[in-house]
Ligand binder design. Sequence first.
Ligand SMILES: [Zn+2]
Length: 200
Amino acid sequence: MECFYDHFPMEKKVYQGRSFYWCPHCAFLRKEQILSPKEQKNRYDYHQVDENYLKYMNRIVQKIRPLLVGKKILDFGCGKLPALANLLKQEGYETFYYDLFYFPKKIQEQMDTIVMIEVFEHLEDPWETLKTCIGQLNSHGKILIKTQPYEKDNLDSWWYLRDDTHLNFVLPSTLRQWCSQLGLDFHQADEDIFVLSRIS
Ligand SMILES: [Zn+2]
C-alpha cells in the first residue's frame, strides 16, 4: 500500500494483533482491515445520542469556539445528530452539517470554518477529504480537526486502535507535513486539536 499523501511505499506493522501500514516518510499509520460501509453504519447506529453526549459536545464547543473564524461553520461528519451545528447556531453562527451516512447531501457553499470532531480517524481517504474541504474554504478559512495523535511507544496498548471504525492515525508532525504540501498553516491548539488555516 502507498501512503495517500506522498505515495511512499508503506511498511507493514502489527499492533495488538491487528495489521497496519506505516509511512516512513510522514509517519501516517493506517489500519489494514476496513469494515464495509454497511458494517460501519451498523456501528454508528449504536452510538448513543443522549444527555451525556450533548454535555460532551457542549464542552467541545467551549474548547473550539476561540478557534473559529467567520460566521459560516460546517460540522463535517456530524453523525446521527448535528449537535455541534445546533449549539453553534444558538450562538448566532450560520451552521451547516454533512455526514456520509446520516446527512449525505453535499453542502455546496463556501465555509469559513470546517469542523471535524472525531472524524479524521474514520475517513476512507483522509488526504482526498482534506483537499476537498480546502476547496470549500473561504480565504483565511480554517479546518479544525479533533483526533487523538498516537505516540511512538503507545501502539501496543493504545485503546484508540481497537475501535474497528478507526482507520487513520497520525503524529502531530504528520499533519504538519501534510499542511506544508497543501499550502496551509498548521498549529496544534491542544493535545488532540489541530488547526489547519488557509494562508490567503
Ligand atoms: Zn506518507
